[in-house]
Design a protein around this ligand. Structure first.
Ligand code: ZN
Ligand code: ZN
Ligand code: ZN
Ligand code: ZN
Ligand code: ZN
Ligand code: ZN
Ligand code: ZN
Length: 1751
């Protein structure tokens, strides 16, 4: 309906194309006219409005035709001949380009090569990638935002393999001047035409007036015809717009939806046309409806219809351009030239720039077309790309400023083209060198941020998140431009880079010391200050800073000049700071005879800033100076007199002190803002240009300053000078605690300054060494998966961590199991590199690593000392830093700490302090050792740590030497944990002492070793003694524990049972297996039936924990169960399910098993009463809460199993098996008498009698009883003569539960309202029973498990319960009803029964039939007055004959349907079976009057039957086993497939040659065969008029998935939605049941089902999975599980990367491969009917509520 009344053409204005002039004629006029411009404009003025375009999208056929004529005219002009001919010629001449240039749609997969791409923005389309060398490299997949294009063929983008095979042979660019190859005259005309047309486009698209047209296009008369045009914005929600449109336009919801979709896609859309007045009314209406307090109104404008038409046509022209230039590179060049051509003599920009500058004023649709045209024209040609780039950079600032104010996403802004330009190295360098691109971009940044400038510093107090995000884009551009540094520098480049660098420093200056913090004292901070913007910018700057440094470092001259400039600006900054403190006095601090004078400054009192980009840049440059050796020339640029290193290091030091004070909890009143900043300062995303550089700055200072003065300076800034220079004074506990932490932090700082040499240029290391060390330390914490490691390592500008280069040197990969992920484990030989005080550890990581390493050492039975590892050497520039370890102040600090530890005065010393001190002493001794070992002359050894440490201290009166203090500490028991480390330190002293003594140079090593060994031996003995003692102690404790445990179990028996409940059930099952059986015959049917004992079941209720034996006359025990409809066994899933509802007759199951009812249980048992109480309690507790999101639906009887939380919707009563045994003497007699014919006779008589009595009753004696049928009451009762017994009576409670469960099966299975009196209740019970057995058999087959003995307990228990339930339908349903069912069922075998059913013989699933027959059969024995049941013997025969009849029918069914293609050769030997098979087949041929044409070989027939019948036999074996409990032959619980068939036959009392049955029962079966053969379904099947199910039924598998995930992405990408033609990105989901591809969560494919809107997946699941769905969402790389309308969850797709990890949402984009084990697991989820269970568990765990119906 909505389609039809879409847009009625206004009456009287229909266009008359017939009257339009011929294109040729028009062209001639143009050529003869004054100028082309006015000719074309005139033409457009006249004809464009009459196209009656209704907006920008609707493709009305008449309009299309009109457009066609318009363009044909243009093409005639262009070619001078018919366009068809012209285009054909072009195509001929054109050679394919070497560039691919495919423009990506949003959501399209792109590939980048980590080995070869110049940077991650270089990408390939799927096609090119698959045909390139990179598919075997380390690639990354990504999903495009749309707008970018394929870089295949761009030699600049790839280090190797720039072209794929497809584009390899394309014309390279040296086919010069393709324009010259155009046909004569075309080039000139094209130039002329393109110029006019593009001018028209620009004119129309940037046209700002609504009501008038440009002069040349003004029509002769003006009409009162307007459009109300609505514009897209990013504020209003979809639903809101739909609602507003519906109300204001009075249209239907569907229409409003269409409008809204189009507005969203195209950016604008006419929603109303008519007179000005009408449009104004509409506009007002929309304004009123959408204007609210919270939101501004929707933007609506009234445009004159002619304006709208011309604009729409202008867009058409752009698309036309795109098409035309695609034909010929020559035309493309001409086009580029035209649009880049600046009008001569004017200062106006060229055409493309004009349009570019109007970008933000264009609507979405127009922009998209324009940008695509840019990509396809200008960006495809190197030269024009360059020219365009120049235009782009010229207008760069303005474009960016406008983009910030724009409200469209970045990918629909022309600024997004920057990535195409700036990432091209030659282009970027050209722009920098010739057009000052660096300066321009940085100036743009400064300008954009100027509004946040406060007193020359950036300050983000109140800012718009949205705008800030837009501004940050410029930083990306800056990064792009810097990606490739020049290989050779020219002077011009230096100048321009330097110019940019200076601008950059201006930017950094505005950030230096920005947003300072001051410590809150007394009161908490009221408002948390903003900190995120500054950090976000810092994060983006990180890469830029390091790239700038790389650029500088690549040229000595640039480096030195940059250093000088940076130093100058930084000094300037510092001076500004110190001017504020000009009044402050210098004071002089003296310690150990060394003194320094400095201005007083306290971090704890004054303001301090974390942002010091200038200082850090200088530090970075300094390192580069050091590395390149250019530092020697520094004096020329920055004389040391002006260097002022103390000033340079002051601010970074303050920042470090701030960190220390925060650790010491001194800043706790400053709130979370500061906590966060402190955290991120050291976070991996920031630290390189924050924390790391601050440490380097201190190292720089330490390498220049005198060590003592350096330390005094640090002590002073740490506010610890007094602590070390004066004796301790009594202070309050808080202050002491603070001071302790500060000292710890100070010691840590010294460790870092001296020990961290892992920066190339600081230490003598390579880049990989650095990564290696990071990885080692991360893995020292714990083994980690690849992705986590990668996350914790710093990335470079190409998002690479270098992890792959080093990981294999240090770690081994451990593969993942079925769940979880693979992890890397550190190689043991790398443990020696562990540094406990590694500077990138957070405190928690450090603690964890320490524990882990100590544990490792303990396991290796070695000491637990974690000494500093051997370190690499400093670069010469930094060599002086080491002297800290030898200086007096350092010694003083150490001694003071140790002294306090030894004295244990108050709490003046902490363990951590001692630990760090020991670490430092070891570092110092190591250095001394190194010097002693390395030099020849003793004079060269500058280190005297040993001497200083053994000397008495000089400061205090009772000062002791460090060595003796250490000896003392050995015995302080508070320091037990450090004892190993103290011993280690003392050993180090020994070693150095020996070296110093140098008794004989050669033996020194030996001595040391011996000394070491000696100490170690002693140590070992001690350790062993301790270990033994510990072991004894442990044993004692264990004994105590287990005694306690026993007591605990005794007194808390119920708790214990709860845990082991599952095991217990197992015990029950084995128990009844072990009962010795009277006649263990291993046959389940007939006279040989084995005996069984009564089952004894002891169960514990999970709710009250009481144990009870289940008896038929006692209170019921119930299993929590879940009934669900299932399509897991069918191949015909897409068909609309019919077997539901009130009119469905479920007596017969179709063999395609379309939709069955499955019963599952978690196996947890409760008392019926306990369960009822529980269920009521849940109901009550949730009823009172209204807005609780429950993961289950109470109204439908759902609840969660109280123990395992599995979703359940009913309970099954547990009924024990009764004992059976056959008296062998009786059996023989009966076997002789009761042959099949006799049995059938009895049954028939009985049935006839019943029918007769039934008629009598029904007709209320009005009609005479049929005397023929009713003649012989003896015969009527003859069936009873073979033995009857009275039925088992059930307790009221069991009956109640049986009824409850029966109703649930009926309600869920048929999707109807509960009705316990419905005759179909028992039919559903049997059907569910049969189906559940079939699915169980399927699962066993699927998992390749043996038939018996491999079922999990929970399934065994529940299957048995289901069977006993199905067998006891007599208590639920009246005998009459069951008898009626039975009679109908029997009609398949017993002819002439007066029933109306006429089932097609081929459409019966015989297993379902067999189950129903066997379970319904006892009803024949009921008498009106007594309830009777067949005796065990009668039962055995009944079952046998029923089973034999059914199996014969099934064999015939198989022979008909599954022997279609017969091989022509005799493959196997003839045997008995094959002979009988051929015989039977011949009979069938006879009965079908030779419709069975072919004459297959007997062996083939036998094979078909054997394979076809096996599933039926397996199901039957399960059925009879669970029904009667007769244990099966051992072969059926064995793994080998050999003898399975024979064992099955034996168990089911069948001859191995199944055809024997037909022989044995020849008399009975012949009429049946005739009847079946004449069945109309058989006849039409044989004539080929219908199809049928083939046996064995094909088993269901989840669809095949490709091994490589990228081909799946490919598939998803090439797929297009059949319902919509737009190019909006779609999220395709693959139905894993049937392979259907669906638009998940997309407007286009929503469906209405029963008046409700469903997403494509949810709608598909209704039929495909009867509500259940398993979908692979391709772009997300995750599996969507759906169940019904409001249940669902996501789990990762079964694809793993090389590191054994899944990649939900494709966040990492590593190559992914199918993990078959995980896939198998998903399939099991499906086949085991556990999807619902999985969803509830996930929903419970995640608590994220989606509107699953919309998926
Ligand atoms: Zn491509
Ligand atoms: Zn290619
Ligand atoms: Zn590659
Ligand atoms: Zn209970
Ligand atoms: Zn449970
Ligand atoms: Zn499907
Ligand atoms: Zn769709």
């Amino acid at each position: 309906m909505a389609e039809e009344d879409r847009k009625e053409p206004s009456a009287g204005r229909e266009m008359v194309i017939g009257r339009w002039p011929e294109p040729e004629q028009v062209v001639r006029n143009w050529q003869e006219g004054v100028d082309l411009y006015s000719g074309i404009y005139q033409h457009f003025m006249e004809y464009v409005p009459s196209v009656r375009c209704s907006g920008s999208d609707a493709k009305v056929p008449e309009e299309e035709q009109a457009y066609h004529i318009l363009f044909q005219t243009l093409e005639w002009f262009l070619f001078g001949e018919s366009p068809e001919v012209g285009f054909a010629k072009l195509e001929q001449n054109n050679t394919t380009s070497q560039l691919c240039g495919r423009v990506f749609k949003g959501g399209e997969t792109t590939y980048s090569c980590r080995d070869c791409a110049l940077d991650p923005t270089c990408v390939l389309c799927m096609d090119c990638f698959q045909n390139s060398v990179h598919r075997n490299h380390r690639y990354k997949m990504n999903s495009s935002n749309g707008g970018g294009f394929c870089d295949c063929g761009d030699v600049e983008a790839w280090k190797t393999g720039p072209t794929c095979i497809k584009h390899e042979h394309g014309a390279s660019e040296d086919t010069k001047n393709p324009a010259s190859q155009l046909p004569v005259g075309v080039a000139e005309r094209a130039q002329e035409l393109f110029a006019v047309l593009f001018m028209y486009v620009v004119d129309m698209l940037i046209w700002a007036e609504d009501k008038e047209l440009p002069p040349g296009l003004q029509p002769r008369e003006k009409t009162d015809s307007y459009f109300c045009v609505m514009f897209n914005d990013e504020q209003h929600s979809f639903d809101h717009v739909i609602y507003s449109l519906q109300r204001s336009l009075g249209c239907s919801q569907k229409e409003a939806q269409n409008y809204t979709i189009l507005i969203d896609r195209e950016g604008r859309r006419a929603v109303k046309d008519g007179t000005m007045l009408l449009c104004q009314e509409t506009k007002l209406e929309i304004f009123n409806i959408t204007n609210s307090v919270f939101q501004s109104p929707l933007r609506v404008e009234i445009l004159h219809s002619n304006v709208v038409f011309h604009q729409a046509f202008a867009l058409r022209i752009l698309s036309w351009f795109n098409q035309v230039i695609g034909y010929s590179a020559g035309l493309r060049q001409i086009f580029c030239e035209v649009i880049l051509n600046q009008p001569p003599g004017s200062d106006q920009p060229c055409l493309v720039s004009k349009l570019m500058l109007a970008d933000t004023k264009l609507w979405k649709g127009a922009r998209k077309i324009f940008h695509e045209l840019i990509v396809c024209s200008l960006l495809m040609e190197t030269e024009y790309k360059r020219l365009f780039a120049v235009e782009f950079i010229t207008h760069y600032k303005q474009l960016q400023l406008e983009f910030v104010e724009d409200d469209h996403d970045r990918n629909i802004s022309v600024t997004a083209q920057s990535v195409q330009i700036f990432t091209v190295p030659t282009l970027a360098r050209h722009l920098i060198e010739e057009h000052s691109a660096l300066r321009i971009i940085i100036e743009a940044i400064i300008e954009l941020f100027s509004e946040h400038m406060d007193n020359g510093k950036l300050h983000f107090q109140s800012y718009s998140q949205e705008k800030l995000l837009r501004k940050q884009m410029v930083l990306y551009d800056l990064k792009y431009v810097l990606i490739s540094k020049p290989p050779v520098w020219t002077d011009r480049q230096r100048e321009h880079f330097f110019e940019g660098f200076k601008t950059f420093l201006r930017l950094l200056k505005s950030m230096q010391n920005m947003e300072p913090v001051s410590r809150q004292i007394g009161q908490h901070l009221e408002i948390e200050p903003e900190w995120e913007p500054a950090f976000t910018i810092q994060m983006l700057l990180k890469c830029i800073l390091s790239m700038v440094q790389e650029w500088c470092a690549s040229d000595e001259q640039v480096l030195l000049r940059a250093y000088k400039e940076c130093h100058r600006v930084l000094s300037q900054c510092n001076n500004e700071c110190s001017q504020r403190n000009a009044r402050k006095q210098y004071n002089t601090l003296t310690m150990c005879g060394h003194s320094i004078s400095l201005k007083r400054y306290l971090v704890s009192r004054e303001s301090v800033s974390i942002h010091l980009p200038l200082s850090r840049l200088l530090a970075g440059l300094h390192v580069h100076l050091s590395k390149s050796g250019a530092i020697n020339k520094l004096e020329e640029f920055v004389p040391s007199s002006e260097f002022h290193v103390e000033k340079l290091m002051d601010h970074p030091l303050r920042c470090l002190v701030l960190m220390a004070q925060v650790s010491a909890d001194m800043w706790r009143r400053n709130g979370f803002s500061l906590v966060n900043q402190v955290y991120y300062y050291r976070n991996v995303k920031w630290r390189e240009e924050m924390f790391d550089k601050d440490i380097i700055m201190l190292q720089i200072a330490a390498s220049i300053m005198d060590s003592n003065r350096f330390l005094i300076f640090i002590l002073s800034r740490y506010e610890l000078f007094e602590v070390f220079s004066k004796p301790p004074v009594a202070r309050n506990k808080d202050v002491i605690q603070q001071t302790n932490v500060l000292i710890e932090e100070l010691l840590h700082l010294i460790i870092m300054v001296v020990g961290e040499r892992y920066v190339p240029g600081v230490g003598q290391v390579m880049k990989d060494d650095v990564t290696l060390r990071e990885v080692i330390h991360l893995l020292c914490i714990e083994p980690m998966p690849h992705s986590e490691l990668a996350k914790l390592l710093p990335e470079n500008e190409n998002n690479e961590t270098g992890l792959e280069n080093v990981i294999h040197q240090v770690a081994t990969f451990k593969k993942p199991g079925l769940s979880g992920h693979g992890v890397y484990e550190l190689k043991p030989e790398c443990l020696k590199h562990f540094n406990l005080f590694f500077y990138h550890y957070y405190k928690s990581q450090q603690t964890k690593a320490e524990e882990e390493q100590k544990k490792k050492k303990k396991q290796a039975n070695s000491d637990e000392a974690l000494p500093p590892p051997a370190v690499s050497q400093f670069f010469p520039t930094f060599a002086m830093v080491v002297n800290i370890l030898n200086c007096d102040v350092f010694m003083l600090i150490l001694r003071t700490v140790l002294q306090r530890a030894a004295d244990s005065i108050g709490q003046l010393c902490s363990e951590a302090m001692v630990q760090k001190t020991l670490h430092l002493i070891c570092m110092a001794l190591q250095e001394e050792q190194r010097q002693l070992e390395g030099v020849i002359a003793e004079e060269d050894v500058t280190f005297e740590v040993y001497l200083k440490a053994t000397r008495m201290g000089s400061s205090a009166v009772n000062a002791e030497s460090i060595l003796s203090l250490l000896e003392k500490l050995k015995h302080v028991h508070q320091l037990d944990a450090q004892k190993d480390m103290i011993i280690y330190t003392l050993q180090m002293f020994d070693v150095v002492k020996k070296l110093r003594e140098k008794s004989s140079p050669g033996s020194a090593d030996f001595e040391i070793q011996r000394a070491n060994e000696c100490v170690q031996d002693k140590d070992k003995a001690e350790r062993k003694r301790k270990a033994d003692a510990a072991k004894l102690y442990r044993q004692k404790i264990m004994a105590q524990m287990s005694a306690m445990q026993k007591n605990f179990i005794e007194s808390n028996k119920h708790l214990y049972e709860k845990v082991t409940e599952a095991q217990k059930q197992e015990a029950i099952i084995t128990e009844d297996d072990s009962i010795p059986l009277a006649a263990d015959s291993g046959v389940a049917l007939g006279p040989m039936q084995g005996a069984t004992a009564a089952e004894k079941i002891l169960l514990t209720c999970i709710l009250c924990q009481e144990e009870q034996e289940v008896k038929t006359d006692e209170m019921a025990m119930v299993l929590a169960a879940c009934v669900q409809r299932s399509t897991a066994l069918t191949k015909k899933r897409s068909r609309i399910i019919t077997n539901i509802g009130d009119n469905c007759d479920p007596i017969i199951m179709h063999p395609d098993l379309g939709c069955g009812t499955h019963v599952g249980s978690c196996g947890h048992v409760m008392h019926a009463t306990c369960w009822q109480k529980y269920f009521e309690a849940v109901q009550n507790s949730t009823r009172n809460r209204i807005h609780v999101e429950l993961s289950f639906d109470l109204e439908n009887g759902e609840f969660l199993c109280p123990l395992c939380k599995a979703l359940c919707n009913t309970v099954i009563p547990v009924i024990p098996l009764q004992a059976h045994s056959l008296d062998s003497k009786d059996t023989e007699t009966i076997a002789d008498m009761l042959t099949l014919p006799r049995w059938l006779e009895n049954v028939l008589a009985r049935i006839n009698g019943l029918i007769a009595s039934g008629t009598k009753e029904e007709e209320n004696s009005l009609v005479q009883v049929n005397p023929v049928l009713w003649k012989n009451p003896v015969e009527f009762r003859s069936i009873l003569s073979f033995g009857v017994q009275s039925p088992v009576m059930y307790s009221k409670s069991i009956v109640e539960m049986l009824l409850l469960f029966a109703t649930a099966v009926y309600r869920v299975g048929l999707k109807v309202d509960p009705n316990e009196a419905d005759p179909r209740v028992s039919l559903m019970a049997w059907s569910a029973c049969a189906f559940t057995i079939q699915s169980t058999e399927n699962v066993l087959h699927d998992e390749d498990k043996v038939l018996f003995g491999s079922l999990p307990d929970r399934q065994g228990v529940s299957l048995k319960a289901v069977l006993q339930f199905a067998a006891s339908q007599r208590v639920v349903t009246s005998a009459k009803v069951i008898q009626k069912h039975l009679i109908r069922l029997l009609s398949v075998f017993v002819p002439h029964l007066d029933v109306e059913d006429n089932w097609s013989f081929l459409d019966i699933d015989f297993f379902h039939l067999m189950v129903s027959l066997v379970l319904a059969f006892p009803s024949l024995y009921w008498e009106e007055t007594v309830e009777l049941q067949p005796s065990d013997i009668s039962c055995a025969f009944n079952n046998l004959y029923l089973f034999h009849l059914v199996i014969m029918a099934h064999i015939v069914q198989i022979l008909f349907t599954s022997t279609t293609d017969c091989p022509m050769e005799q493959d196997e030997e003839e045997n008995e079976e094959s002979r009988s098979a051929a015989e039977l087949y011949e009979t069938l041929q006879e009965y079908t009057s030779r419709s069975l044409e072919s004459k297959p070989y007997g062996w083939y027939l036998w094979n078909c039957v054997k394979c076809g019948i096996t599933p039926f036999l397996r199901c039957s074996a399960l059925f009879f086993n669970f029904l009667l409990g007769v244990p099966p032959p051992a072969d059926l619980s064995k793994g080998s497939s050999e003898g399975q068939f024979e064992a099955l036959c034996y168990y089911l009392a069948l001859p191995t040659n199944l055809f024997q049955l037909f022989h044995d029962y020849k008399d009975t079966v012949t009429p049946l065969l005739q009847r079946w053969c004449s069945d109309s379904s058989v006849q039409s099947f044989l004539k080929g008029q219908r199809t049928s199910v083939c046996y064995p039924r094909e088993r269901n598998q989840l669809i095949d998935l490709p091994e490589d995930y990228s081909s799946l992405l490919n598939q998803g990408c090439q797929h297009s939605c059949p319902r919509s033609s737009d190019d909006e990105p779609k999220n395709f989901a693959l139905c894993m049941f049937c392979g259907a591809m669906l638009c998940s969560q997309s407007q286009c494919c929503r469906e209405e089902v029963n008046g409700e809107e469903f997403g494509a997946c949810a709608a598909h699941a209704i039929n495909c999975g009867s509500g259940l769905g398993l979908f692979l969402r391709i772009r997300d790389c995750q599996v969507l599980l759906l169940a019904g309308k409001n249940r669902g969850c996501f789990i990762p797709a079964p694809y793993l990367d090389d590191y054994g990890e899944t990649d939900q949402l494709l966040r990492r984009g590593n190559p992914l491969h199918l993990c078959t084990e995980r896939y198998k697991k998903l399939q099991q989820l499906w086949h085991q009917h556990r999807i619902l269970e999985e969803i509830t568990r996930n929903q419970d765990a995640n608590q994220i509520i989606f509107d699953w119906q919309q998926f």
